[in-house]
Unconditional design. Structure first.
Lengths: 675, 572
């Protein structure tokens, strides 16, 4: 899937514009108390406009109409912000869903017959068959067979993957394509209930629930709104005392300018955009809360293989014993690995090739000896009677010694050194004579330690989970720069580690794919299941990663933080704006009867009418100006909480005080040309 | 630098010299650690035994508040009836009459609430019995109530997770025996030796040089003046409060009273930090409060020392600054300093008439009371500050990308709801109260009341508006100082300010204690690099900005129509 980075697609803008009007319905608006009060203000202004045509005392009809128009625009802008965020999220989800709609499915009936049905008629529990070339109609679990599958429609990764029944790689996703073989798949979700469907529903707002922080912020904003209701209502008797008539238009303008419309209008857009950003990172979230929680994560559990290290170990060195030259030892190593299909075996041949040793094909008449659990070694017997073996240190030593040969002590030294360095030694022997040691090492992913450093600065502790022995684990942990590790990990170890951290009050995130990860995924505060994982794992977690990329957790944490930061900074900006608006409107209200208050008109605005108009116009247009920021999110920099606060306080606090002084003045200059 | 300024600098420094060790001492007292005043233990044990209190009984925040509200209700009823029937009770040598019910209502709420707004005059409105056993008694216990409530908040943050917030009665009794009573004793002696009366005899009489017979009120004043400052009460023995030569005979007593009203509020901040073992947090809070003090004090000094611009325009030289309404023995600098501390701290005693301050000084006095947490009243100043702190924590927590937390406890919707209601309360009470008064004055000035609304104001116009605004602000802040010039002893003002004082006292105690109780019971989250620290300069700046912006936004229009309009009109 191609991420769509353009903020305002024309088609989406059109839908959003239409939605902005539909959302004017007060039953919808009431969910957002701040904008709801603006809508009420708009209605009052509509009445005042009509009223002022026939009677005097409430200002010129045209002026009233203009204020009405700007207030209406304010509400529409806020609705548009929400609508465009929804439209973008929906478009993103739709493009994922499109692939799987109306795909014919070969459903296997109870009587063994096959019937073709449309994918949207599939029910949970149905079994269908997919052959090479078929598109998988819906999400399901393989119950029989093995197949290579092209998942590029979902993940964008072109290399095919293998999925097979049983085990942890049994899950298939609708929209992906079978490249070879045949599989029998059981439908795991009812139509309209897949994760993607759930996510679309979340974005569309019907089932969107406010997250805990969003609720708290809404309460705070509502209380600010109430304060300003009090300020504006009491201003009427105050003005009467001072013999200053205040028009309804002026009072409502003051009110709308003061209440936090900027953040109020953008609040839900920010939340939706957070889920949308997760989706763009190819992560499906089951709730908005999960994204928010991700920002609070203190501990990150990461599997070693695939996350910290490149999938498999690689040969890094050949160490021949004294008296054997490197060339002949390398030859023996290559011969021993010719039949070795494991990635480790292949890496030995690669390393030899790098060192200039190449063997063209298998020597005539040689026989491969397969690895068995008994001998714990493999190799080949050549036609000329050479028996070349490669295997673990202790099994090779006992083989050598059983044959009555001496096992060289320098090999033992090498073995020890390799083990303490976190590597795996493989001993190679010819005719029961030890030749030397191959060193296999875990290759740490390039750039991974920088990412851990970044996490550390965010205050997130990283924990590596591995099946390796503690010595190896420790070595890799240090080299990769993780803070802690769980060695020789069993599934329950993960679970216990999570519980221990949680009793300390920390929030834990982990990623997993297997069924045995499910309890830990459910226990973790943020559990990300890989899309390739089992259905059980996907049900247990609260996010699904379509890319099956274990480093995705790092991105998710940043998305969560960005979400909160965007809310916080725009709240600060919104409140800070009020200072300038006061200096525009308050002198304008009283200047007629208290000329001395002209001194408060520090912006030198043209006239009371233009001052009020400029303030409401600024208040309205700041919303669309900030929509891109709300959708993209405020940049997160891991520079420590205090430094981050200082930075955001400076940009959005001080900036929030200064910006409207400039903005209102400029608008006033323009308005002054007409009034 | 002139002597007047050196005088106030010395006063401030002396305040710190006393308050900081006092704070450390208080932390130990309330933590139950060993202190040198432990010889008073038998006295406390006696009180507990007499009242059947078991101080080992731990209370949660709800039980704490229940205890606090119960005892305060009791005092309300007790005081109300004594005030009404004081003419029939002993110790009334001057034969002063009993209070009217509405005045008694106002007075008793005012004293129970540590506000001490006085719609009566000490010389003619109360008897020695009520002065001593109602008003002065309440000055002790209302201060102790505030301190005990603050200690409950301390307890919530001392341990990682706890619902046991100690025993209210223990905090309450110790506030009196270990702090208020000993200090009052010392201060009363100082005042007595400097000329403040402490006698139970009735009015004295002398014949002036002109041959007029003058009756001079006196009475047991020194002890009450001591606690009125130490307990940030502010209710004077005499009508003219600390401008009266008996209450405040000279510059030295002026310094003593200035220091006395500030030490406990500062000490409580220091005690907070030492008690919860986060000294740096205490110093940060202290820093914010002190900067607040100076930001209000400096412009006030400048306008008072600069003299009245209206007189200046007439070519009259004012080398001593604006002297109207001030006592010659204190001068404008010490009066401005007093006006600042008495408004930022909820004392409300006055040594000059705020009604006569320069218009801009009125703005700073009003702002000080609206903010009400730059040091603030005994215990309650810190509680008020806590609300601003929670809001600052919430907004800045979001700004750094983490669910907001304070001292390891998550601040969530429930806490924000309480903080929001308390934040809302002050503008509601002040603005709605003033709006109702303005409405009645403007539209029903001729109402057939005992005192017609149109005759409420000495100076109509902007200044009159400030008088009404000041009265409501002072009531809400539990400050108790008056702008004067307002005819306030009538049914409207007695009832309205009585209600405002009551709500403005108890809700802002309930709110913070509830938040602290809820937070304290939450799971403790250890700090990480992503945690926002609340004891840094940056966070202090954030809190300061929250305080200033919230108050400026709530009150700017009202201030513009009152003191600001008066000021700018005066300049024209």
């Amino acid at each position: 899937m191609k991420p769509n980075n353009k903020l305002f697609e024309p088609a989406l803008v059109q839908t959003a514009l239409k939605q902005s009007f539909i959302k004017l319905d007060p039953r919808v608006m009431v969910r957002n108390p701040v904008m709801f009060t603006v809508e009420i203000g708009t209605l009052i202004m509509a009445y005042v406009t009509v009223y002022s045509f026939s009677r005097s005392g409430q200002g010129a009809p045209l002026y009233n109409f203009f204020i009405f128009l700007v207030l209406l625009l304010t509400v529409l802008f806020a609705n548009f912000a929400e609508a465009i965020a929804e439209a973008r999220g929906k478009a993103q989800a739709d493009s994922l869903r499109k692939t799987r709609e109306e795909t014919p499915a070969k459903v296997l009936l109870d009587n063994g017959r096959i019937e073709i049905r449309s994918s949207n008629q599939l029910k949970k529990g149905d079994v269908f068959i997919c052959e090479a070339g078929d598109t998988i109609p819906t999400d399901g679990e393989i119950i029989e067979g093995i197949a290579t599958i092209d998942e590029s429609a979902i993940t964008g990764e072109s290399a095919p993957v293998i999925r097979e029944s049983g085990g942890d790689k049994s899950s298939v996703t609708g929209g992906t394509k079978v490249l070879s073989d045949e599989i029998k798949v059981q439908v795991s979700t009812a139509p309209g209930e897949s994760f993607l469907d759930k996510m679309i529903a979340l974005v569309e707002g019907a089932s969107r629930q406010k997250t805990p922080n969003e609720i708290a912020l809404t309460i705070l904003l509502a209380s600010f709104t109430l304060v300003f209701i009090i300020v504006c209502v009491t201003l009427k008797p105050f003005a009467d005392y001072a013999n200053t008539p205040i028009t309804i238009a002026a009072l409502i303008s003051l009110f709308v300018c003061l209440i936090p419309t900027t953040i109020g209008g953008l609040l839900s857009a920010i939340g939706i955009a957070g889920m949308d950003r997760a989706l763009r990172a190819n992560v499906i979230t089951k709730s908005g809360k999960a994204v928010e929680t991700a920002g609070d994560i203190d501990v990150l559990l990461l599997d070693k293989t695939g996350t910290i290290t490149i999938g498999n170990r690689k040969a890094t060195n050949f160490y021949p014993t004294a008296g054997i030259n490197i060339k002949s030892f390398t030859d023996a190593c290559v011969l021993s690995s010719l039949a070795d299909e494991t990635p480790e075996g292949k890496s030995i041949i690669e390393l030899a090739a790098e060192q200039g040793v190449k063997i063209q094909g298998t020597p005539e008449g040689s026989a491969f000896i397969k690895f068995t659990a008994e001998t714990r070694s493999s190799g080949l017997d050549t036609a000329d009677g050479k028996r070349i073996r490669k295997g673990a240190f202790d099994s090779m030593r006992s083989m050598v010694q059983k044959a009555g040969n001496h096992f060289p002590s320098d090999i033992e030294d090498h073995v020890k050194a390799i083990a303490t360095n976190g590597g795996t030694p493989l001993v190679v022997a010819e005719n029961e004579q030890a030749l030397g040691v191959i060193e296999l090492q875990d290759i740490i992913k390039p750039g991974i330690s920088e990412r851990f450093e970044r996490l550390r600065k965010m205050g997130v502790k990283t924990v590596m989970v591995t099946g390796d022995n503690p010595l190896t684990a420790k070595y890799i942990a240090e080299k990769a720069g993780v803070d802690d590790f769980i060695a020789e990990a069993k599934p329950e170890d993960k679970m216990n580690y999570i519980k221990d951290e949680q009793t300390l009050g920390k929030l834990v995130a982990m990623m997993g794919d297997g069924t045995n990860d499910a309890p830990a995924l459910a226990q973790a505060d943020v559990g990300v299941a890989m899309n390739s994982g089992t259905q059980v794992a996907k049900e247990a977690g609260n996010m699904v990663d379509l890319d099956n990329d274990p480093t995705k957790l790092i991105e998710i944490v940043e998305i969560g933080k960005q979400l909160l930061i965007t809310r916080g900074t725009l709240t600060t900006f919104s409140i800070a704006n009020d200072v300038a608006k006061y200096f525009a409107i308050v002198p304008a209200l009283f200047i007629a009867s208290i000329p001395a208050l002209q001194s408060l008109n520090i912006m030198g605005l043209h006239s009371p009418e233009s001052a009020i108009m400029s303030a409401v116009i600024f208040n309205a247009i700041i919303i669309p100006i900030l929509i891109p920021l709300a959708l993209k999110g405020v940049a997160y920099k891991p520079i420590g909480a205090t430094a981050l606060l200082r930075r955001n306080l400076f940009i959005y606090g001080i900036g929030g005080v200064v910006a409207p002084f400039i903005g209102i003045k400029i608008i006033d200059l323009l308005v002054g040309l007409f009034v | 630098m002139n002597t007047e300024l050196i005088g106030i600098i010395a006063t401030f420094l002396l305040t710190l010299v006393i308050a900081i060790p006092l704070g450390k001492y208080l932390a130990r007292v309330f933590a139950g650690e060993k202190v040198w005043t432990d010889f008073l233990k038998p006295l406390e044990t006696g009180i507990y035994k007499l009242s059947g209190i078991n101080i080992k009984e731990q209370m949660n925040w709800k039980q704490q508040l229940k205890a606090l509200l119960t005892i305060n209700t009791l005092w309300l009823f007790y005081g109300f009836f004594v005030l009404i029937f004081q003419d029939k009770l002993p110790f009334n040598p001057d034969r002063n009459p009993g209070m009217t019910p509405d005045l008694a209502f106002n007075t008793i709420i005012s004293f129970v609430a540590n506000c001490n707004l006085q719609h009566y005059s000490g010389e003619s409105g109360v008897s020695y019995l009520t002065q001593q056993y109602v008003l002065m008694f309440l000055q002790f216990v209302s201060a102790a109530t505030g301190i005990a409530a603050a200690v409950v908040l301390f307890k919530a943050f001392r341990d990682k997770t706890t619902t046991d917030l100690g025993n209210f009665w223990e905090f309450f009794v110790k506030s009196i025996t270990r702090l208020l009573l000993p200090l009052s004793f010392v201060m009363a002696l100082i005042l007595t030796f400097n000329g403040t009366p402490a006698s139970y005899e009735g009015k004295d009489r002398f014949i002036s040089v002109q041959g007029d017979t003058v009756n001079v009120s006196r009475g047991p004043a020194a002890q009450m003046i001591a606690i009125k400052h130490l307990g940030t009460n502010g209710g004077g023995y005499f009508g003219a409060n600390s401008a009266h030569p008996f209450e405040n005979p000279g510059y030295f007593t002026n310094m003593v009273e200035l220091i006395a009203q500030v030490i406990v509020p500062i000490a409580m901040v220091i005690a907070f930090g030492y008690f919860i073992r986060r000294k740096k947090l205490a110093w940060t809070i202290f820093g914010v409060m002190t900067i607040g003090l100076f930001m209000l004090l400096l412009p006030m000094l400048s306008s008072e020392l600069g003299g009245n611009p209206a007189l200046g325009k007439m070519g009259i030289s004012q080398t001593t600054g604006a002297m109207e309404g001030k006592e010659v023995r204190f001068g404008p600098a010490a009066s401005a300093y007093w006006a600042t501390v008495t408004t930022i701290i909820s004392t409300g005693s006055v040594n000059s008439m705020h009604d006569s301050s320069m218009p801009m000084s009125g703005t700073w006095q009003l702002l000080g009371m609206m903010i009400n947490s730059f040091y603030g009243g005994c215990g309650v100043g810190l509680l008020n500050y806590f609300i601003y702190l929670i809001i600052a924590v919430f907004i800045s927590g979001l700004m750094v990308g983490r669910t907001p937390e304070f001292l390891g406890h998550k601040v969530e919707a429930r806490e924000i709801k309480i903080a929001a209601i308390i934040t809302l309360l002050s503008p509601f009470l002040i603005l709605v109260g003033t709006a109702i008064a303005s409405y009645i004055f403007t539209n029903h000035g001729n109402a057939a009341w005992a005192v017609q609304p149109k005759s409420w104001l000495n100076n109509p116009g902007f200044h009159g508006f400030s008088e009404m605004l000041y009265e409501m602000t002072s009531s809400n802040a539990n400050n108790g100082s008056g702008f004067e010039g307002l005819g306030d002893n009538n049914i409207f003002w007695n009832l309205s300010t009585g209600i405002v004082i009551f709500l403005g006292r108890f809700l802002p105690i309930i709110g913070p204690v509830a938040i602290a109780g809820l937070l304290g019971a939450k799971k403790f989250i250890p700090e990480s690099a992503g945690t926002l620290k609340t004891d840094t300069k940056t966070f202090a700046l954030m809190t300061f900005a929250v305080i200033i912006v919230l108050n400026a936004l709530s009150y700017f229009p009202a201030l513009a129509l009152g003191p600001l309009a008066e000021y700018f009109t005066m300049l024209k």
